[in-house]
Design a protein around this ligand. Structure first.
Ligand SMILES: Nc1ncnc2c1ncn2[C@@H]1O[C@H](COP(=O)(O)OP(=O)(O)O)[C@@H](O)[C@H]1O
Ligand SMILES: O=c1ccn([C@@H]2O[C@H](COP(=O)(O)O)[C@@H](O)[C@H]2O)c(=O)[nH]1
Length: 506
């Protein structure tokens, strides 16, 4: 672990794996202990509106929306929206099938809100069944790079919900005598007795069950637990790292994949010296004394022998991109097998079905065709891509606004903003995406300038655009091979997210 007063990292999230973070489905009884957990997640998505109305038009769009959310008119609209919301399938003006069924299970009722959803929380599969997260244990000597490896795995995984639990959070509370020893670098923090396995085990168990836990926050400078704790939540992937991660047989049982970070002792000592002096308030003599008397012997007695449990050994730690890439690929296949990875399924789910009624397509004028010609050309420069995309986006938004049922009046601005929430405006959209949105948000109008029948195995719209976001923001991963060395750029921390774009002759 690298930081002083370690604040245990909680969940990393991203939204690029086909999960919709606005879509949660959970059957929560009123008194459910997990309701707070749920409300916490929902509050991240729909932050509580500020109480007062912004005083001037200079308020941000967010402020305006927040005010809208708190206005009675919004709430009555929401109630209307809620009361009429239905799960629908295959609707089309032209289509024969027009099944509409009320979906009681998509209503979440808490004391304060009614929330509609046709989806699921991230740790449920497509059928709404709870799926166990994939738990990875990372073991290795002190300063071997366990945290660095965990962080790189999280970065490369690109999975919406990952929880990182560090064994460092479970150091026991010391008594006065032990504190004195610790101050003289004579307390053995590397012996298994230094860890509170009685708390660690149920914490990991609960996380694996998808429940909320409160994790102690350990302060390396004072060798003590802070009074506050850090809430953590179930996830798709849980990473548990620590010097004795493989020591306790019951903890070992919970680990689906065991990774050992194997870094040379001299490298570990050098890193530890630097870290403990800079970040953990130690001095040179103290660090060396502790290392020689306790850290090194404990490594030989407890840590090195636990390497036998490892499924994967990562020499050198975080710089070993090949090993991290292998781990990431394995996790992806495990998530796929558990039904977490819904995107490929969703991409195939609606093949051949008529487009939903919720779709409003811009008329295909020569101007729209022309703009699409530019942005679908793979050779269009990024500047031009942005320029033409913005023009197209503007037309889509204008078209969406023209569909709004409002009268021009003083209050119009407020209502426009409200209705934008009910529109999903897209520059272009694949058929499968339109169906997925229409299914998850039946009352939302989808406005787009083009419908693409196909996406490829990377979920790229065909033809031409590739990943719109990557092209727009200039984050397309590339790899160049020059003189036998490989250079990965733009988000390619490790090779899993890097594609071969160009291989120059060697
Ligand atoms: N490959 C690396 N090169 C240089 N420094 C590193 C490398 N990996 C880790 N470190 C540094 O070494 C220290 C310990 O790394 P960390 O990942 O926290 O190890 P651990 O979790 O095993 O204690 C940190 O200060 C970190 O920045
Ligand atoms: O109060 C403390 C608690 C722990 N340590 C040392 O920390 C390492 C474990 O942390 P890593 O992040 O895995 O390096 C362990 O070797 C303990 O000796 C400490 O010095 N003081």
């Amino acid at each position: 672990m690298a930081a002083t007063g370690f604040d245990p990292p909680s969940s990393a999230s991203s939204d690029s794996d086909g999960y919709d973070e606005h879509v949660f489905f959970r059957d929560i009884p009123e008194e459910d202990e997990n309701l707070d957990d749920y409300n916490y997640r929902m509050s991240l998505i729909h932050p509580t509106p500020p109480p007062s109305r912004p005083t001037s038009a200079a308020g941000s769009e967010y402020d305006l929306l927040a005010v809208l959310l708190s206005t009675p008119s919004f709430e009555s609209c929401l109630a209307l929206e809620n009361s009429s919301r239905q799960r629908t399938t295959s609707m089309s003006k032209t289509g024969k099938s027009s099944t509409k069924k009320l979906s009681a299970e998509s209503i979440l009722q808490s004391k304060t809100r009614t929330i509609y959803t046709a989806g699921r929380p991230p740790w449920y599969n497509k059928a709404g069944e709870q799926v166990e997260p994939f738990v990875i244990g990372i073991c290795g000597g002190s300063a071997s790079g366990k945290t660095t490896v965990a962080t790189k795995i999280i970065e490369s995984l690109n999975v919406p919900w990952v929880t990182l639990l560090s064994m460092d959070s479970f150091y026991r509370v010391l008594n006065e005598e032990q504190h004195k020893k610790a101050a003289q670098n004579e307390y053995n923090f590397d012996h298994p007795d230094a860890f509170d396995f009685e708390l660690l085990l149920p914490t990991l168990q609960r996380l694996k069950e998808g429940k909320k836990v409160d994790v102690p926050i350990y302060n390396f400078v004072t060798h003590s637990r802070e009074t506050r704790t850090k809430p953590m939540y179930g996830a798709n992937v849980i990473i548990f790292e620590g010097i004795l991660a493989f020591h306790n047989p019951q903890v070992l049982e919970l680990l689906d994949m065991k990774v050992f970070v194997d870094t040379d002792a001299d490298v570990r000592l050098a890193r530890r010296l630097k870290r403990d002096i800079l970040a953990r308030g130690r001095d040179l003599e103290g660090v060396i004394k502790q290392y020689v008397n306790m850290v090194k012997p404990a490594f030989s007695t407890f840590i090195a022998p636990s390497m036998v449990h490892a499924d994967i050994i990562v020499p050198r730690g975080g710089e070993n991109c090949v090993a991290i890439d292998l781990i990431v690929q394995h996790i992806h296949s495990q998530l796929q097998a558990r039904g977490f990875k819904l995107r490929p399924t969703l991409a195939q789910s609606y093949a051949g079905q008529p487009l939903p009624e919720a779709l409003a397509l811009l008329p295909e004028t020569p101007q729209i065709k022309g703009l699409h010609t530019f942005i679908r050309n793979k050779d269009t420069s990024r500047d031009e891509f942005i320029f033409y995309s913005k023009r197209l986006i503007r037309l889509v938004i204008e078209f969406a606004l023209s569909l709004l049922p409002f009268k021009v009046s003083f209050q119009t601005a407020w209502y426009i903003l409200f209705y934008i929430e009910l529109f999903w405006s897209l520059l272009t959209c694949a058929e499968s995406g339109i169906h997925s949105i229409a299914y998850a948000f039946p009352n939302v109008k989808i406005v787009t300038s083009a419908v693409d029948p196909e996406i490829n195995e990377n979920f790229y719209v065909i033809p031409g655009i590739g990943n719109f976001g990557d092209r727009y923001f200039g984050t397309e991963p590339t790899i160049t091979v020059t003189g036998g060395s490989i250079k990965a750029t733009a988000g390619g921390s490790c090779l899993s997210r890097v594609e071969t774009k160009e291989a120059s002759p060697v």
